[in-house]
Design a protein around this ligand. Structure first.
Ligand code: SF4
Length: 425
């Protein structure tokens, strides 16, 4: 990883935190006037799916024919507009993440045009991580080869289970054989990192079954695993079926046993549990997500995409794009976008209080924790001084630890993440 930022900045890569034996992913870039700059990443949302999974509340559309060409044109216009808005911002992209939805449904030419559109407008930092999310049923060997050749270096596969009955219950459009074949193909093509997404705690999911699934995940030799407990999101078919008593989730204790098993089994297998649900082999943490949890800057392009970045005057801005496809496409239908407005969504300035809440929410799920110096810079107060009584109690209980650099949860604290974070808000 190289420093290719503008001159005049002091660069501190991978701050070594000796007390906690932790290499922070966080890079603080401070210029002469101590105006604070953060690593910049870009997220592009592809909102199309072949089928709506009953548990999913991500912004995605299922339609017989999706308007791929129109949407790609809209993305190019938004990229151009955002680049123009950040014309004074010389930061290169530290990572690019094409997520969804199902980006693997796109024609390879569309992905290539998208990458081209990004590279025409932003410099990519050396070793820039470029991730594409793919579902096994739409990730053919030919497509994967094309992605690899065009510069995608990280593939994230939505496998979800190494068990056919669980895949069927989750109503995934792929079967187990297709999932295994997709991993095999990805391995052959030598992506720098391959991630496998898994969901646990489906009804009847046992510790023995999960142990075998995790063992298989590790045996595949991928570099990254994301393991999420099934959550029942309001408004989803799964939520409605639950209300109709057509199924029942695992109870809290069973889910918590599976959570502990995940962390223990993977960490014993040499994986770093660097976020509550994310595990990586050495050197394979997801840069884009680390930047997000560490409160770096990121631009969000596409339907319902969110971004957060620091403007030239030091204020922190949050952008939220339209969530309705027709409104998003209509706002980007021609080339004459107004320079100052944001016609495909809204931008707001974050207050120091909102910033503090977001930093706690994101940082405490992550082993980098909340960086105290950054927290002070952005909110004007010190998290430990602000919450000393509560944090001391939690420290005595073994749930939280802190030093001069950061505040973070312990393994015991991770079991209570939501409850602890809500107390700090
Ligand atoms: S494929 Fe992914 S984004 Fe699409 S509906 Fe299923 S879980 Fe949601």
């Amino acid at each position: 990883m190289a420093n290719r930022f503008c001159s005049g900045y002091t660069v501190i890569w991978f701050l070594h935190d000796t007390n906690m034996k932790h290499f922070s992913y966080y890079n603080l870039l401070l210029n002469d006037s101590m105006y604070l700059n953060l690593p910049l990443t870009l997220y592009i949302h592809i909102p199309f799916c072949q089928h709506k999974c009953p548990y999913c509340d991500f912004r995605s559309e299922v339609m017989p024919v999706w308007p791929e060409a129109e949407y790609m044109a809209a993305l190019q216009r938004e990229l151009a507009w955002r680049c123009q808005q950040l014309a004074d911002d010389r930061r290169p992209l530290h990572a690019l993440f094409i997520g969804g939805g199902t980006p693997s449904l796109l024609a390879a030419e569309s992905v290539a045009a998208l990458l081209d559109g990004v590279q025409k407008r932003w410099q990519l930092a050396e070793g820039c991580e470029i991730t594409l999310e793919a579902n096994p049923e739409s990730a053919s060997l030919d497509k994967m080869r094309a992605w690899r050749q065009m510069g995608i270096n990280r593939l994230s596969l939505g496998v979800q289970a190494f068990d056919q009955a669980r895949l069927s219950w989750l109503e995934r459009p792929h079967d187990l054989a297709t999932a295994r074949q997709a991993i095999r193909h990805a391995q052959q093509l030598d992506f720098t990192s391959v991630n496998v997404d898994l969901i646990y705690a489906t009804p009847g999911h046992t510790e023995q079954q999960w142990q075998q699934e995790l063992a298989e995940a590790m045996e595949w030799g991928v570099q990254h695993l994301s393991c999420y407990a099934l959550t029942v999101e309001r408004g989803t078919p799964l939520h409605r079926r639950w209300q109709q008593q057509l199924w029942s989730p695992l109870d809290e204790e069973q889910e918590s046993r599976l959570f502990c098993q995940t962390r223990t089994q993977l960490q014993q297998g040499g994986w770093h549990g660097y976020e509550i649900s994310n595990f990586a082999r050495e050197g394979h943490r997801c840069r884009h997500n680390c930047n997000y949890w560490a409160y770096g800057d990121y631009l969000g392009v596409g339907l319902a995409a969110h971004g957060k970045w620091m403007a030239a005057d030091g204020s922190l801005l949050r952008s939220c794009n339209h969530g309705a496809l027709s409104a998003y496409l209509a706002a980007l239908a021609d080339d004459t976008l107004p320079e100052q407005q944001h016609p495909f969504g809204q931008t707001q300035t974050l207050s120091p209080q909102e910033v503090g809440q977001e930093m706690i929410l994101l940082g405490l799920r992550y082993d980098g924790g909340v960086e105290r110096r950054l927290y002070r810079q952005l909110t004007g107060s010190d998290l430990v001084e602000q919450q000393r009584a509560l944090l001391t109690l939690w420290q005595e209980a073994g749930w939280v630890e802190w030093n001069e650099q950061r505040v973070r949860l312990t393994e015991q604290g991770y079991l209570r993440t939501d409850a602890l974070i809500s107390r700090l808000h």
